[in-house]
Design a binder for this molecule. Sequence first.
Ligand SMILES: Cc1cc2nc3c(=O)[nH]c(=O)nc-3n(C[C@H](O)[C@H](O)[C@H](O)COP(=O)(O)OP(=O)(O)OC[C@H]3O[C@@H](n4cnc5c(N)ncnc54)[C@H](O)[C@@H]3O)c2cc1C
Length: 826
Amino acid sequence: MTEQPARSFPSRARVVVIGGGVGGTSVAYHLAKAGESDVVLVDRSELTSGSTFHSAGLVGQLRSDPTLTEMNRYSAQLYAELQAGDTPPGWVQCGSIRLASTQERWEEIQRQDGWAASSGLEMQLISAKEAQDLFPLMSTVGVVGACFLPTDGQVDPSGLAYALAAGARAMGVQIHTHTRVLGIDTEGEGLRRRVTRVRTDKGDIECELVVDCGGMFAAEIARMVDVRVPIVPMSHQYVVTEALFAHRETMLPSLRDPDNLVYFRQEVDGLVMGGYERSSAPWTASASSYDAVPADFNGRLLAPDDDRFVEIAENAAIRVPSIADAGIRTFINGPEAFTPDNEFCLGPTDVGGFFVAAGFCAHGIAGAGGIGKVMAEWVLEGAPPMDLWHMDVRRFGASYRSPSYTLARTVENYESYYDIRYPAHERAAGRPLRVSSAYTWHQEHGASFGEKSGWERVNVYETNSRADDEAWRPQGWAGRHWSPAVVAEHQACRSAAAIFDESSFAKIEVSGPDAARLVEWVFDNRVARGAGAVTYTQALNAGGGIEMDVTVTQLDAQVFLVVSGTAFANHDASWLRTQARALDADVRIVDVTGAWACFGLWGPNARDVLAPLTPQDLGNEAFPFMSMRDTTLGDVPVRMVRVTFVGELGWEIYCPSEYGAGLWRSLWDAGQAQGLVAGGYRAIDSLRLEKGYRVWGADVDPGHTPYEAGLGFCVRLDKPGGFLGREALAAQKEAGVAQRLVCLLLDERDEVALGNEPVRIDGAVVGRVTSGGIGYSLGASIAFVYLPVALAEAGLRVEVGIFGRWVGATVTADPLYDPTSSRVRA
Ligand SMILES: Cc1cc2nc3c(=O)[nH]c(=O)nc-3n(C[C@H](O)[C@H](O)[C@H](O)COP(=O)(O)OP(=O)(O)OC[C@H]3O[C@@H](n4cnc5c(N)ncnc54)[C@H](O)[C@@H]3O)c2cc1C
């Protein structure tokens, strides 16, 4: 690789990309490709001298998240294109094999086969013998089955960064190596704070936009603007063996044996062999301190940690016996940025113009192409081209500012990397952290908790289990973490009343002189309708895709409360802040989640439970559906909001957190005569599925509009002043939608779609499940899927691929339960 000719150091650029690994070079390449060549990339040392140069270079495409699969597919295509160019990166499409060495893994592979089908990725289920034919060095002992992905491959990681850098340069990007960023200047306060300048040891660069592609150094760079990127450098090891076979004409496919924690790929006439150790080794970060990678750690490795590699080496010899006698040519122990949930950290932050693309968790080579592409669009257009919530750096709540919490979650994730993730599996690290004011009551009453965004949330109360309800247990994996208690909780809500602790709901207060202007611009429905008005609405991006799916309550002329799902507090607050910044709105946007307890009390008897406790008239006239009243319940000052996520009469009841335990007890006591049952999130999910209520991030997302999602009733195209995304929606309304979210009823009640299963008609895959589960009132297995509009007619027969079995299903009019909402308005 020849260094670029010396050129004067730029004093300004529109975009500064920090980091010259595969991340930074790909972002710069794609910015230029998208037409923005006023870009300067700086690296404190040589290109690829961070984690990139010591990568193993495997490029696998299939992931549980279809978006990531799509991004990785793009990567593979891009690497093939670059291979045909002037700076080939050493891309070889050698295919990859994944082995199942246990029955459970074989089931997982069959599930993955469904994901591959719904993503349009070629994948073949093969026998142990067929796997061995493709990879003759392997032993078939203990192999239950395997899959082969012919379009996977491997690439030279440094070659890839150089190829992308060369492409970027050719399109006008300036690259300055040995240029260390020392600081990033911003101007403005609060919402108006944005980047203005990058300070380096070679001079300052005025800029509008900064993309932090610092790999394991990204957190350190982000700290320059007080942004938290929760990544931990983790030692990651592999070896390159001496010769194991004679020359081959074609490259061996790579081989993963997750049950044995190991992977292999061909390296000349030997193998690269690595894996995920059960004991991890965080580097420079500790429970009490953030990462502190030495200033001169470039082009360097860590000392081999033989002890930690023993299990991997022993397992490798089980799968590839000849490796036991092979000499080791190279032992690589390199640090890499891992995140607490094994997903990337991408996207904008709360500092205007400061973006992050880092934390690639040992799949950054596979991801780099796709990452560069989505980041370029995000940086230049203000929104990513697809739903990237799983990877959005804003998904991490305030608890990840803590080094100990970040470390605990990251270590747990690393050490269980190859474990099978069963649906509804709950993580253990760092718990309990955030608890509701009624937490002790839940514990004392048999609650089984799940965790989301650090909150302990009741999944079910095991004490509600009835022996007869075992008959509802779903088949296979869906039945593993299932409890019969969900049936009783669901049915109580439909027949009497149920109370749910929803204190973890994200609650964001928007206030100030421009609050009404902001929310009217951000949301597609009319929301500023006077104090006490409650509105179900969506926030859209410019393309009309759904960025938020929330209820907005107007509390006062200048105060609005936005309520959203537990996991979305940061995302939604950040979206609102971004729009406030764009409008130059004089507002305050504050996450008040922890300040308010929230209990949902729903069911036909809800009014009878609550009426004796309150002076407020709860009748339809005095307190209609979608309205809010400040009142008292028992001794507690409350805000009652008449909404529902379960499809029954009832209220969300908010009170300051310190009253929560007392309020819960009062409600519980008052409800006993009315058959009140305490329920958890599993029941809520089943109830909402029957009623056709959508979940953001699954059924609705930035890639789908309200019209496609069946939420057109929320859209007010004629609203004065318009709203963000209006033009795209108006055009779509005129042209008609191409696809629509529809409800499926599966033929077999105990076959449950968990999400991402392929849906086919006459053998051709036409969609994938967004969410599914059992409706315990309807006695049916329900699933949602986007289908081409020409097919989306009630009565259409389809098949859903569940663990390799095709289960018949019928498209059914939605909602299935109480279509006229008479119960909600009772
Ligand atoms: C042992 C090992 C094996 C791996 N195997 C695979 C694999 O098989 N497949 C796969 O997909 N992935 C693999 N990975 C992961 C992959 O290598 C990484 O995800 C990827 O290289 C990270 O790229 P990056 O651009 O984010 O970071 P880096 O390559 O670390 O680049 C960051 C750059 O930022 C620069 N920088 C930092 N601070 C500053 C500053 N203040 N000013 C200017 N510049 C700065 C650094 O000098 C560095 O060059 C592996 C990783 C390891 C450690």
